[in-house]
Ligand binder design. Structure first.
Ligand code: GYE
Length: 321
Protein backbone atom coordinates (compact mmCIF):
# COMPACT_ATOMS: atom_id res chain seq x y z
CA UNK A 1 0.00 0.00 0.00
CA UNK A 2 1.13 3.52 -0.65
CA UNK A 3 1.74 5.89 2.19
CA UNK A 4 -1.61 7.33 3.19
CA UNK A 5 -2.20 11.02 2.82
CA UNK A 6 -0.05 11.18 -0.27
CA UNK A 7 -1.32 13.64 -2.84
CA UNK A 8 -2.16 12.35 -6.27
CA UNK A 9 0.75 12.70 -8.67
CA UNK A 10 0.04 13.40 -12.33
CA UNK A 11 -1.42 10.29 -13.92
CA UNK A 12 -1.25 8.35 -10.67
CA UNK A 13 -3.84 7.34 -8.20
CA UNK A 14 -2.75 7.52 -4.59
CA UNK A 15 -2.40 3.73 -4.47
CA UNK A 16 0.05 3.37 -7.30
CA UNK A 17 3.70 3.22 -6.27
CA UNK A 18 6.04 4.84 -8.75
CA UNK A 19 9.46 3.23 -9.01
CA UNK A 20 12.28 4.68 -11.06
CA UNK A 21 14.73 1.94 -11.99
CA UNK A 22 18.13 2.83 -13.39
CA UNK A 23 19.38 -0.31 -15.12
CA UNK A 24 23.02 -0.77 -16.21
CA UNK A 25 22.23 -1.73 -19.78
CA UNK A 26 21.51 -4.81 -21.86
CA UNK A 27 25.05 -6.18 -22.10
CA UNK A 28 24.33 -9.79 -21.23
CA UNK A 29 21.75 -12.57 -20.96
CA UNK A 30 21.96 -12.17 -17.20
CA UNK A 31 21.00 -8.53 -17.54
CA UNK A 32 18.05 -9.35 -19.80
CA UNK A 33 16.75 -11.83 -17.22
CA UNK A 34 17.24 -9.24 -14.50
CA UNK A 35 15.32 -6.56 -16.44
CA UNK A 36 12.50 -9.01 -17.09
CA UNK A 37 12.30 -9.88 -13.40
CA UNK A 38 12.04 -6.20 -12.49
CA UNK A 39 9.48 -5.44 -15.19
CA UNK A 40 7.22 -8.36 -14.35
CA UNK A 41 7.36 -7.59 -10.63
CA UNK A 42 6.78 -3.86 -10.92
CA UNK A 43 3.91 -4.16 -13.37
CA UNK A 44 0.74 -2.10 -13.58
CA UNK A 45 -1.29 -5.18 -12.54
CA UNK A 46 0.77 -5.38 -9.35
CA UNK A 47 0.05 -1.74 -8.55
CA UNK A 48 3.23 -0.11 -9.76
CA UNK A 49 4.23 2.53 -12.22
CA UNK A 50 7.74 1.51 -13.32
CA UNK A 51 9.95 4.04 -15.04
CA UNK A 52 12.68 1.92 -16.57
CA UNK A 53 15.88 3.55 -17.78
CA UNK A 54 18.60 1.67 -19.69
CA UNK A 55 21.92 3.47 -19.16
CA UNK A 56 23.86 1.62 -21.86
CA UNK A 57 26.66 0.83 -19.42
CA UNK A 58 27.38 4.52 -18.79
CA UNK A 59 27.44 6.00 -15.30
CA UNK A 60 26.68 9.49 -16.58
CA UNK A 61 23.42 8.17 -18.03
CA UNK A 62 22.56 6.60 -14.68
CA UNK A 63 23.20 9.88 -12.87
CA UNK A 64 20.99 11.71 -15.38
CA UNK A 65 18.24 9.10 -14.93
CA UNK A 66 18.33 9.45 -11.14
CA UNK A 67 18.07 13.23 -11.41
CA UNK A 68 15.11 12.72 -13.67
CA UNK A 69 13.45 10.41 -11.15
CA UNK A 70 13.97 13.00 -8.42
CA UNK A 71 12.39 15.67 -10.60
CA UNK A 72 9.41 13.40 -11.28
CA UNK A 73 9.05 12.81 -7.53
CA UNK A 74 8.99 9.03 -7.78
CA UNK A 75 8.26 7.09 -4.59
CA UNK A 76 11.36 4.90 -4.80
CA UNK A 77 14.58 4.89 -6.77
CA UNK A 78 16.14 1.54 -7.58
CA UNK A 79 19.72 1.61 -8.83
CA UNK A 80 21.70 -1.22 -10.41
CA UNK A 81 25.04 0.63 -10.47
CA UNK A 82 27.48 0.04 -13.31
CA UNK A 83 30.52 0.64 -11.10
CA UNK A 84 30.96 1.03 -7.35
CA UNK A 85 32.39 4.54 -7.13
CA UNK A 86 31.06 8.00 -7.96
CA UNK A 87 27.60 7.91 -6.39
CA UNK A 88 27.88 10.19 -3.36
CA UNK A 89 26.62 13.40 -4.98
CA UNK A 90 23.57 12.07 -6.77
CA UNK A 91 22.51 9.83 -3.89
CA UNK A 92 22.76 12.82 -1.57
CA UNK A 93 20.40 14.64 -3.94
CA UNK A 94 17.92 11.75 -3.65
CA UNK A 95 18.27 11.80 0.12
CA UNK A 96 17.64 15.56 0.23
CA UNK A 97 14.49 14.96 -1.83
CA UNK A 98 13.52 12.26 0.73
CA UNK A 99 13.27 9.52 -1.88
CA UNK A 100 14.48 6.16 -0.59
CA UNK A 101 17.09 4.47 -2.77
CA UNK A 102 17.43 0.71 -3.07
CA UNK A 103 20.64 -0.67 -4.58
CA UNK A 104 20.40 -3.95 -6.44
CA UNK A 105 22.94 -6.38 -7.97
CA UNK A 106 26.33 -4.59 -7.88
CA UNK A 107 27.23 -2.44 -4.87
CA UNK A 108 27.95 1.24 -4.39
CA UNK A 109 30.96 2.45 -2.48
CA UNK A 110 29.75 5.55 -0.62
CA UNK A 111 31.21 7.37 2.37
CA UNK A 112 27.82 7.55 4.12
CA UNK A 113 25.72 4.42 4.00
CA UNK A 114 22.57 6.30 4.97
CA UNK A 115 22.55 7.35 1.29
CA UNK A 116 20.68 4.13 0.52
CA UNK A 117 18.02 2.17 2.34
CA UNK A 118 19.08 -1.34 1.43
CA UNK A 119 21.12 -3.43 -0.98
CA UNK A 120 20.40 -6.90 -2.34
CA UNK A 121 22.68 -8.85 -4.65
CA UNK A 122 25.31 -11.56 -4.92
CA UNK A 123 28.52 -12.26 -3.06
CA UNK A 124 30.80 -11.92 -6.07
CA UNK A 125 34.00 -12.71 -4.21
CA UNK A 126 32.46 -15.92 -2.92
CA UNK A 127 31.38 -16.82 -6.46
CA UNK A 128 34.98 -16.43 -7.60
CA UNK A 129 36.31 -18.40 -4.66
CA UNK A 130 33.96 -21.31 -5.42
CA UNK A 131 35.04 -21.34 -9.07
CA UNK A 132 38.76 -21.27 -8.17
CA UNK A 133 38.40 -23.95 -5.51
CA UNK A 134 36.66 -26.07 -8.12
CA UNK A 135 39.59 -25.56 -10.53
CA UNK A 136 42.11 -26.43 -7.86
CA UNK A 137 40.39 -29.75 -7.18
CA UNK A 138 39.75 -30.47 -10.85
CA UNK A 139 43.40 -29.83 -11.75
CA UNK A 140 44.46 -32.26 -9.03
CA UNK A 141 41.93 -34.90 -10.11
CA UNK A 142 43.10 -34.65 -13.73
CA UNK A 143 46.80 -34.43 -12.86
CA UNK A 144 47.16 -31.19 -14.76
CA UNK A 145 50.86 -30.37 -14.57
CA UNK A 146 50.35 -26.67 -15.19
CA UNK A 147 47.50 -24.21 -15.06
CA UNK A 148 48.14 -21.54 -17.69
CA UNK A 149 45.18 -19.29 -17.25
CA UNK A 150 43.86 -16.10 -18.83
CA UNK A 151 41.17 -13.90 -17.29
CA UNK A 152 38.52 -12.14 -19.36
CA UNK A 153 37.30 -9.65 -16.81
CA UNK A 154 33.95 -7.96 -16.48
CA UNK A 155 33.38 -4.22 -16.62
CA UNK A 156 36.25 -2.72 -14.65
CA UNK A 157 35.11 -1.23 -11.36
CA UNK A 158 31.85 -3.24 -11.23
CA UNK A 159 31.46 -5.30 -8.05
CA UNK A 160 30.98 -8.45 -10.14
CA UNK A 161 34.38 -7.84 -11.76
CA UNK A 162 36.12 -6.76 -8.56
CA UNK A 163 35.03 -9.82 -6.57
CA UNK A 164 35.59 -12.41 -9.29
CA UNK A 165 39.00 -11.01 -10.27
CA UNK A 166 40.11 -10.71 -6.65
CA UNK A 167 39.25 -14.35 -5.97
CA UNK A 168 41.22 -15.45 -9.04
CA UNK A 169 44.26 -13.34 -8.15
CA UNK A 170 44.31 -14.87 -4.67
CA UNK A 171 43.98 -18.41 -6.05
CA UNK A 172 46.78 -17.79 -8.56
CA UNK A 173 49.01 -16.76 -5.67
CA UNK A 174 48.01 -19.62 -3.42
CA UNK A 175 48.21 -22.38 -6.04
CA UNK A 176 51.14 -21.27 -8.18
CA UNK A 177 49.07 -21.00 -11.35
CA UNK A 178 50.45 -19.00 -14.31
CA UNK A 179 48.21 -16.02 -14.96
CA UNK A 180 49.21 -15.15 -18.52
CA UNK A 181 46.88 -12.25 -19.24
CA UNK A 182 44.02 -10.31 -17.75
CA UNK A 183 41.82 -7.97 -19.77
CA UNK A 184 38.25 -6.74 -19.72
CA UNK A 185 35.62 -8.17 -22.03
CA UNK A 186 33.00 -5.67 -20.77
CA UNK A 187 30.65 -8.59 -19.94
CA UNK A 188 29.71 -8.83 -23.65
CA UNK A 189 30.00 -11.66 -26.14
CA UNK A 190 31.58 -9.47 -28.85
CA UNK A 191 34.30 -8.13 -26.58
CA UNK A 192 34.86 -11.54 -25.02
CA UNK A 193 35.52 -12.98 -28.45
CA UNK A 194 37.82 -10.14 -29.45
CA UNK A 195 39.87 -10.38 -26.25
CA UNK A 196 40.19 -14.17 -26.52
CA UNK A 197 41.32 -13.88 -30.14
CA UNK A 198 44.14 -11.55 -29.19
CA UNK A 199 45.16 -13.65 -26.17
CA UNK A 200 45.34 -16.77 -28.36
CA UNK A 201 47.64 -14.94 -30.76
CA UNK A 202 49.92 -13.95 -27.90
CA UNK A 203 50.04 -17.23 -25.99
CA UNK A 204 50.00 -20.74 -27.41
CA UNK A 205 49.93 -22.51 -24.06
CA UNK A 206 46.62 -21.32 -22.58
CA UNK A 207 44.80 -24.25 -21.02
CA UNK A 208 42.17 -22.43 -18.93
CA UNK A 209 40.14 -19.29 -19.59
CA UNK A 210 38.32 -17.68 -16.67
CA UNK A 211 35.42 -15.75 -18.19
CA UNK A 212 33.71 -13.45 -15.71
CA UNK A 213 30.28 -14.05 -17.29
CA UNK A 214 28.49 -16.35 -19.72
CA UNK A 215 28.37 -13.97 -22.66
CA UNK A 216 32.14 -13.54 -22.56
CA UNK A 217 32.40 -17.33 -22.45
CA UNK A 218 30.22 -17.66 -25.57
CA UNK A 219 32.55 -15.25 -27.37
CA UNK A 220 35.68 -16.98 -26.06
CA UNK A 221 34.43 -20.39 -27.22
CA UNK A 222 33.90 -19.01 -30.73
CA UNK A 223 37.39 -17.52 -30.76
CA UNK A 224 38.98 -20.75 -29.56
CA UNK A 225 37.18 -22.84 -32.17
CA UNK A 226 37.98 -20.33 -34.92
CA UNK A 227 41.66 -20.61 -33.96
CA UNK A 228 41.47 -24.37 -34.58
CA UNK A 229 41.63 -25.33 -30.92
CA UNK A 230 39.15 -27.32 -28.88
CA UNK A 231 37.28 -26.76 -25.63
CA UNK A 232 35.94 -29.24 -23.09
CA UNK A 233 37.30 -31.85 -20.69
CA UNK A 234 39.38 -33.56 -23.40
CA UNK A 235 40.14 -30.43 -25.38
CA UNK A 236 42.90 -27.86 -25.37
CA UNK A 237 41.22 -25.23 -23.19
CA UNK A 238 38.87 -25.40 -20.21
CA UNK A 239 36.32 -22.58 -20.25
CA UNK A 240 35.14 -21.37 -16.84
CA UNK A 241 32.16 -19.06 -16.51
CA UNK A 242 29.67 -17.31 -14.22
CA UNK A 243 25.91 -16.63 -14.35
CA UNK A 244 24.36 -20.02 -15.26
CA UNK A 245 22.10 -18.48 -17.90
CA UNK A 246 20.02 -20.87 -19.98
CA UNK A 247 22.61 -21.03 -22.77
CA UNK A 248 25.40 -21.15 -20.20
CA UNK A 249 23.92 -24.27 -18.63
CA UNK A 250 23.39 -25.86 -22.06
CA UNK A 251 27.07 -25.24 -22.82
CA UNK A 252 28.00 -26.75 -19.45
CA UNK A 253 26.02 -29.89 -20.33
CA UNK A 254 28.06 -30.25 -23.53
CA UNK A 255 31.33 -29.44 -21.75
CA UNK A 256 32.09 -26.35 -23.83
CA UNK A 257 31.90 -24.65 -20.44
CA UNK A 258 33.53 -26.87 -17.85
CA UNK A 259 32.22 -25.10 -14.74
CA UNK A 260 29.59 -22.40 -14.31
CA UNK A 261 29.12 -20.59 -11.01
CA UNK A 262 25.61 -19.35 -10.39
CA UNK A 263 24.72 -15.67 -10.22
CA UNK A 264 21.01 -15.21 -9.67
CA UNK A 265 19.34 -12.37 -11.63
CA UNK A 266 15.79 -12.68 -10.28
CA UNK A 267 15.88 -9.64 -8.03
CA UNK A 268 12.42 -8.20 -8.80
CA UNK A 269 10.60 -9.95 -5.91
CA UNK A 270 13.50 -9.21 -3.54
CA UNK A 271 13.37 -5.50 -4.30
CA UNK A 272 9.59 -5.59 -3.93
CA UNK A 273 9.99 -7.16 -0.50
CA UNK A 274 12.24 -4.26 0.52
CA UNK A 275 9.71 -1.72 -0.77
CA UNK A 276 6.90 -3.45 1.13
CA UNK A 277 8.93 -3.25 4.31
CA UNK A 278 9.64 0.44 3.77
CA UNK A 279 5.96 1.07 3.03
CA UNK A 280 5.10 -0.59 6.32
CA UNK A 281 7.59 1.60 8.15
CA UNK A 282 9.94 -1.31 8.82
CA UNK A 283 13.70 -1.28 8.42
CA UNK A 284 14.89 -3.74 5.79
CA UNK A 285 18.15 -5.60 6.14
CA UNK A 286 20.89 -3.21 5.02
CA UNK A 287 22.77 -5.72 2.90
CA UNK A 288 21.38 -9.08 1.84
CA UNK A 289 23.21 -11.71 -0.14
CA UNK A 290 21.41 -14.19 -2.35
CA UNK A 291 22.25 -17.90 -2.03
CA UNK A 292 23.83 -19.45 -5.09
CA UNK A 293 25.20 -22.76 -6.33
CA UNK A 294 27.89 -24.06 -8.66
CA UNK A 295 27.31 -26.24 -11.72
CA UNK A 296 29.86 -28.39 -13.51
CA UNK A 297 30.32 -30.66 -16.47
CA UNK A 298 31.00 -34.12 -15.07
CA UNK A 299 31.32 -35.23 -11.48
CA UNK A 300 35.05 -34.87 -10.88
CA UNK A 301 34.55 -32.42 -8.02
CA UNK A 302 31.79 -33.17 -5.50
CA UNK A 303 31.92 -30.03 -3.39
CA UNK A 304 33.97 -26.95 -2.66
CA UNK A 305 34.67 -25.62 0.80
CA UNK A 306 35.12 -21.90 1.39
CA UNK A 307 35.91 -20.56 4.87
CA UNK A 308 34.49 -23.69 6.44
CA UNK A 309 31.24 -23.80 4.47
CA UNK A 310 30.67 -26.61 1.98
CA UNK A 311 28.94 -25.97 -1.32
CA UNK A 312 27.81 -28.97 -3.27
CA UNK A 313 28.79 -28.94 -6.95
CA UNK A 314 25.81 -29.87 -9.14
CA UNK A 315 26.64 -31.99 -12.16
CA UNK A 316 24.77 -30.64 -15.17
CA UNK A 317 22.69 -33.40 -16.69
CA UNK A 318 19.70 -33.28 -18.98
CA UNK A 319 17.50 -32.82 -15.89
CA UNK A 320 19.25 -29.64 -14.85
CA UNK A 321 18.98 -28.18 -18.36
O1 GYE B 1 27.41 -11.49 -14.01
C1 GYE B 1 26.95 -10.17 -15.94
C2 GYE B 1 26.24 -8.89 -16.07
O2 GYE B 1 26.40 -7.54 -12.21
C3 GYE B 1 25.97 -9.77 -11.64
O3 GYE B 1 26.55 -8.19 -14.89
C4 GYE B 1 26.00 -8.77 -12.70
C5 GYE B 1 26.85 -9.13 -13.89
C6 GYE B 1 26.61 -10.48 -14.52
O4 GYE B 1 26.53 -8.22 -17.22
O5 GYE B 1 26.50 -11.10 -16.86
Amino acid sequence: EAASGETEAAGNTGDVITVGFSQVGAESDWRTANSESMKSTFSTENGYNLIFDDAQQKQENQIAAIRNFIQQEVDYIVLAPVTESGWDTVLQEAKDAEIPVIIVDRMVNVSDDSLYAAWVGSNFKLEGQKACEWLKQYAAAKNMSEVNIVDIQGTIGASAQIGRTEALNEAVEANGWNLLAQQTGEFTQAKGQEVMESMLKQYDNINVVYCENDNEAFGAIEAIKAAGKTVGPDGDILVMSFDTTKQGITDTLSGDIIVNTECNPLHGPRVEQIIKQLQAGETPEKQAYVEEGIYAHGSDVASVSIDGTDYEVTEVTQDVV
